[in-house]
Design a protein around this ligand. Structure first.
Ligand code: HEM
Length: 402
């Protein structure tokens, strides 16, 4: 690719395929300046990782989004501790971790499988279906609801509200009115649920968060509401996109598909599922970038970032850095993808990473056990348009039953 190097995450062309632009950014302009939108973009693996680790210089206090409505000192109201620095971040994350424990995630396994099979059987019966609309788009929100203790009859409505949160209208470079309204309704629902659990505890995460305590310090209702809301914002779309990206790329790369579908061609002896999930996370991360607020004058590769500037950490680009991953544009289930940065690095490392991985493994294993092969109808696939979440809005597919 030649010509002027231009990177704007709102461009539909970038949503289609950002990777050639990322390659040029890494090579030609590792600290890229976009004057129109007012940001710097870091694209090399080493720089992205170092910025993640240096949370004093690269602060989360204004949130992690470039969308004007979601960024600024108020961002913590909807993004909870994701939009906080220490010591507030440390306190909140520690308290939440008392309730959101690894054990609670592991114990969800059977329920995730039941929810998966419920959605999957209905879709597979049709043979041809929308992998996102009929399957991958349904599961993550149901799992989050299960975790929180949302009663079954309310879940479909909560899923509808969560979808409205992330929907972006063409030409609007911000959160549309319907999204703002859905956010208020959702937050109101969670606030009511917390009040109810205060009166009568159950064995869900919401009750555990009410009881979480460190040296007498506890979470307030508003803090719990903001955290429940953060789980929806951070854990719903991202997991949906991971599932559909795995489906799409394994179809596009037949060697990978053979391993993913478990034909025994994995010389490493694995069952293929873990590699399928991990390589998808690396190759086409559902979270492409996160913003940081620069707090100190910082010189990097000849550029000078001033306090108050916005820096984008391009996770999607770091995962394709040729100095870290050999032949990075190849979707290869036999590589070691462990240097991926798709869940972030350091103190804000994704709290739901093990849940997302568990969900993806169960889901792909259940699909695989029921099919011999599949086809994606790429010409009818529709990309999701967002500045940081990458994946499909619709992914029509036909499966060949076993
Ligand atoms: C494939 C799925 C997912 C991806 C790619 C993903 C990605 C990320 C990334 C990159 C961060 C770090 C943000 C930063 O440094 O600014 C993060 C943080 C977070 N994620 Fe995830 N996430 C996923 C699934 C989930 C799930 C399922 C949940 C919970 C149900 C979750 C909850 C969180 C929370 C609470 C944080 C904030 C952690 C903190 O600030 O200390 N995520 N996620």
């Amino acid at each position: 690719m030649t010509g002027t190097l231009r990177y704007n995450p709102y461009d539909y062309e970038i949503h289609e395929d950002p990777y050639p632009t990322y390659r040029r950014l890494r090579a030609e302009s590792p600290v890229y300046r976009n004057d129109e939108l007012g940001f710097w973009a870091l694209s090399r693996h080493a720089d992205v990782t170092a910025a993640f680790r240096d949370s004093a210089r690269f602060s989360n206090s204004h949130g992690v989004s470039l969308d004007p409505a979601a960024s600024g000192p108020h961002a913590h109201r909807t993004m909870s501790f994701l939009a906080m620095d220490p010591p507030r971040h440390t306190r909140m994350r520690a308290l939440v971790s008392r309730g959101f424990t690894p054990r609670r995630v592991v114990e969800l396994e059977d329920r995730i499988r039941t929810l998966t099979v419920g959605h999957l059987d209905a879709a597979l019966e049709r043979g041809t279906f929308d992998f996102v609309g009929d399957f991958a788009g349904l599961l993550p929100m149901d799992v989050i609801s299960e975790l929180m203790g949302v009663p079954g009859p309310d879940r479909a409505e909560l899923r509808r509200l969560a979808d409205l949160l992330v929907h972006r209208e063409e030409g609007v470079q911000d959160v549309p009115a319907a999204g703002v309204e859905a956010a208020l309704t959702l937050a109101g629902y969670y606030a009511d649920m917390i009040s109810e659990r205060r009166r009568r505890r159950t064995d869900d995460l919401t009750s555990a968060l009410i009881d979480a305590e460190i040296d007498g310090d506890r979470l307030t209702d508003d803090e719990i509401t903001a955290f429940l809301f953060l789980m929806v914002v951070a854990g719903n779309e991202t997991t949906t996109k991971l599932l559909a990206n795995a489906w799409f790329w394994a179809w596009r790369f037949p060697d990978a598909r053979a391993i993913a579908l478990g034909d025994g061609s994995d010389p490493a002896g694995g069952d293929g599922i873990e590699q399928w999930v991990e390589e998808t996370l690396r190759y086409d991360a559902s979270t492409q970038m996160l913003t940081r607020l620069v707090t100190e004058r910082t010189e990097l590769h000849g550029a000078v970032l001033e306090p108050g500037d916005t820096a984008l950490l391009l996770v999607g680009s770091a995962n394709r850095d040729e100095t870290v991953f050999t032949d990075p544009d190849r979707y290869d289930l036999l590589r070691d993808p462990s240097a991926l940065v798709s869940f972030g690095v350091g103190r804000h490392f994704c709290l739901g990473a093990s849940l997302a991985r568990l969900e993806a493994r169960i889901c792909l294993a259940e699909v695989r056990s029921r099919i011999a092969d599949y086809e994606v109808h790429e010409e009818d696939a529709v990309r999701f348009h967002s500045i940081n979440v990458r994946g499909f809005a619709h992914l029509p597919t036909t499966v060949v039953a076993r």
